[in-house]
Design a binder for this molecule. Sequence first.
Ligand SMILES: [Zn+2]
Ligand SMILES: [Zn+2]
Length: 777
Amino acid sequence: MVQGVGFRPFVYNLARGLGLTGWVTNTAAGVELAVQGPPEAVEEFFSRLVSQAPPLADIHAVHQREIAPEPGESEFLIQASQAGRRSTLISPDVAVCEACLAEMNDPDDRRHGYAFINCTHCGPRYTIIEDLPYDRPQTTMRAFTLCPACQAEYQDPTDRRFHAQPNACPVCGPRLWLADAAGRELDEPEPIAAAAQALADGRVLAVKGLGGFHLAVDAKNPAAVERLRSRKHREEKPLAVMVAGLASARALAELDDDSAQALSSRERPIVLAPLRPGSGLAPGVAPGNRLLGLMLPYTPLHHLLLAEAKRRGMDALVMTSGNISDEPICLDNEEAVCRLGGAAPRGAIADLMLLHDRDIYLRSDDSVVRVVDGALRQMRRSRGFVPSPLILRPELAPEGCPAILAVGGHQKNTLCLLRGREAFVSQHVGDLDDLRTLEFFELTAGHLSRILEAKPKVVVCDLHPDYLSSQWAARQGLPLVKVQHHHAHAVAVMAEHGLSGQVLGLSLDGTGFGDDGTVWGGELLLAGLAGYSRLGRLRPFFLPGGEAAVKEPWRVGLALLIEALGLEEAVKLDLELIRAHGDKLELVGKMMERGLNTPRTSSMGRLFDGVAALCGLRFSVAYEGQAAVELEQAMERPAEEGYDFGLREDGGLLELDWVSLVEEIATDALAGADPARVSARFHAGLLSSLSTWVLAGAESSGLDRVCLGGGCFMNAALLAGLPPLLEAAGLEVYSAAQAPSNDGGLSLGQAVAAAAAWGRDRLTGDVTTLTHGEGPA
Ligand SMILES: [Zn+2]
Ligand SMILES: [Zn+2]
């Protein structure tokens, strides 16, 4: 990635500084250049070319050869990009750089206090680019004509803003204003100061940002936080908090070195870290959560707003995405008025709106990361990281393979466009149940293909016939490949670590469509890139009410009790679950007996829900995975002795059996064990049983590499606890870090699986299904 990031001016200045002559130009593959001069200078040039490259440049390879001298060459030139040859890698959006910040804070600078300051090393990219080539007319900056001063910077190869497409200043660039909830501009000469004052008064502010809108309130004002929550209909999910710098961040959360580094990295993700007791944050910021989502300012506007907030005694602002739960983040000013302002269907969410006239072309939510087991883990890979590709090992990207578009799953959707060895995973699209999200999904698919100049020839989807993504894929009129959900999770991890051949895939998550038509989610697979077979599963149990059981874990709790102990015994138990929901035991029993809207599932995520219900922690949830998250966080310290899972054979599958677990939890809970204790014993038992289970699979298959995939590995106790147990027994363990372990990483696995199948001539006819029976390879 060497175009649009100031690489040619860097080469120009470097060559001239060393007294070299020659030229540099952009090509389809990157940058081509020639230098001529004394050998020591040429050598020095090549060593600094990589070591001192501009911050946004990402150099994958340097190929170098000697050419005949050019007699009479007297200077170094930047040659225009040749027609038809253009940028093939677009930079992500990047946090404002130190040099720009220094100018912004300098009262004598012409951009003093300017909220849209940027340069070649920082600022918006992916979210403002509509098409290639990456030139101003193809971005949402085309509405602004450069003033003479900005134009001069733009044309000067020695200037930091040489060819900086979003270059702007107060004279010629975007402007900021404050509006009321109806979107009417207020007569406020200092909109940022006025916005900060509104925050100090406890009001809710919508802030137009880089990839969408944020909703902001004073994070230490409980009434303001409650107001935001109730208006946003997001009662339970934790809210992200923005602070001015690392010192303020450390006052709120415990940060290890890796987390601190991630916080201040130029990608500026939200970093999850343990909340510090006595932080002073309103309890409503992250109710029932030990973790806090923190981020530092990444746009000039954020820096200015935080500075004004500080002047008014506020050092932490809630900055949560500007959407009603489950809708995509807001995009333009009109939409913001319709959805966040006075025109919103359920009343205004924001009291005031800080707006500007630089359009956002493509939404991009904040990324979310967490350090677990010594590695930075992507939980939501989006703004700041996208569209940087993951580069695959050559053996994972067969020569001549056409561009492949993988459409991901249903929840936490992302897409992935595979072009040669580059896998471009899209920004977080969201849950595809909303029409607006589906439109965003389609826009993203088209955009990826345009900016990467790669027209997909093969499309890949999940095996689930009802996913909107699968249905969309089937309508594209291209050869279609279907990849089983848990196989895709395993392949995503293989792709990240460059593994080919066969591995054990331990895929644990909420739900995915199995190749037998049942709901899977606790799977031990013998996985290859292009196929798999199922070695084992979590012993299936009933999901009374199907989808309803996801929102109401009490249903799972009752079903587990009935199956483990029988209805007669279950009804007699003096458990909180029975006291609260025992009246439905008989009904649930009947549903199970008759199979009435009560599928069987081997889902590990749902087992977590069931355990949360059994120990009285959670009977219903506001969002999927909430009970599992709270069960993990209920644990105060690890238990020495865990609950027993059994192992048994069933239909040729090695089953992890939960029956004895349920008996033990019931006994413990009856004896007065609190959720903290049940959680600790559950986790301890799960870790040792998973280890035994995987080792049995390793024994029977002769494999010694295991890939951990699926949303359950968002659980830090599991992700950090399992590898040492498996490694002690001689296995090599791999897990997801660069792509999310949850369904956000599915598209990567799908794309790589399809490429492998293509490479082995496995794609036959219009539809190819890479399922059980294809055999691993
Ligand atoms: Zn800059
Ligand atoms: Zn200007």
